[in-house]
Design a protein around this ligand. Sequence first.
Ligand code: PGA
Length: 257
Amino acid sequence: MRKKIIAANWKMNVTISEAESFVEDFQRDVADVTGVEIVIAPAFTSLAKVSRLLENSRNIRLGAQNFHPQSSGAFTGEISAPMLRELFVRYVIIGHSERRQIFGETDAFINEKVLAALANELKPILCIGETLAQREAGQEKEILASQLRGALVNVPAEEFADLVIAYEPVWAIGTGKTASAAQAQDAHAHTREVLAGLSDAETAKKIRIQYGGSVKPDNAVELLHQPDIDGALVGGASLEPRSFTRIVTAALEVSES
Ligand code: PGA
């Protein structure tokens, strides 16, 4: 059984004081939830504060939205994996479509980050996903396969089971348009097949694949019921404790059903 994993990607939102009040409310709301793994990925400025607030949390882990693959050096404005480790960060989002599209990140650079994360005991949440034009051209499966192959070069076989993959169709991010449960399941099953090819079938069964793209309290249950959907990466609906709690609760409900 793959434990469902629900992650909040706050993107460039939420100040330190807002993060503090969010975490206080949210921790109270999900205090009893043990059947779902929860991750919060705040902006870099809030990591230290949120890390302290989560010090005694049994069910909420800290995530980062980005980092640089080098450990230190002349990279003005960047943050390294050892810096994140010192703040007890467990997960890092890698290859988000906003990083690919706005900041020009390539599969090769994303691959460097995956390897650096694993070398520093950070668990990658590796994002993949096709654009609308690619889907309309019927290329989505090819795109997913090539993003996975590109990002996972030289990843040791024994590390595969620890990866988290987030399938995020670019056309569904922040648009209010969600992939239908059937479209998402189809992409997830394909993703697992590609992962099986890169590792083996048994290992691929252990890898958690999140769906991301306009996940809301109202559509979470249906998406999370799909056999290959093992969680969600949530942007907009994670900015408010009540709505994020409802998505966590949806995952719990599905896990227990
Ligand atoms: P969204 O963002 O939930 O606001 O669509 C998801 C993401 O980009 O991770």
